[in-house]
Design a protein around this ligand. Sequence first.
Ligand SMILES: [Mg+2]
Length: 187
Amino acid sequence: MSEAVSSGVAAVFLDRDGTLIVDKGYLRDPAEIELLPGVVERLRRIQARGYLLVMVTNQSGIGRGYFTEEDLQAQHARLRLLLAEAGVVLAAMEHCPHQPEDRCSCRKPKPGLLLRAAERHGIDLARSYMVGDKPSDVDAGAAAGCKTVLIADDPIEEGQKLADHIASSAAAALDWVLEETESIVGT
Ligand SMILES: [Mg+2]
């Protein structure tokens, strides 16, 4: 074993709505969960390179009373199942239940969800990536010290943000991560 051991494992942090699954607003029914095209194949390849996959999602629908923590857990159980059927395992699913006015430290653009997962799983943030479809995802990833990729329909407008890369779809964003990374599994 080499000095790489001390630096922890690297991760790819993934937003949920608009990144892993189709954004349906304040989704409530687990049956509405629909994976975005091309995502699982790419996640499988990233995972095979030794990266942890960690979902980080703002779910203020809980704080707003649109659905409950139990509803969210039911959604995430179904999401885990759909991913598992494709051979993809999330190391963690972190969510923020708060509303903006709660001024918590976990709602993106704050980096709290990423920092919490990093502490629990020994993640080296400087070698990690954040993938999301909102500037707040990019801001959270950058604040945590990760490289960032933004999924955006309008790259000219969104390109003003500090993302390391802009991609036109979730699949294209993960292709960029695959271009950037090599296997970190022992050879
Ligand atoms: Mg999103």
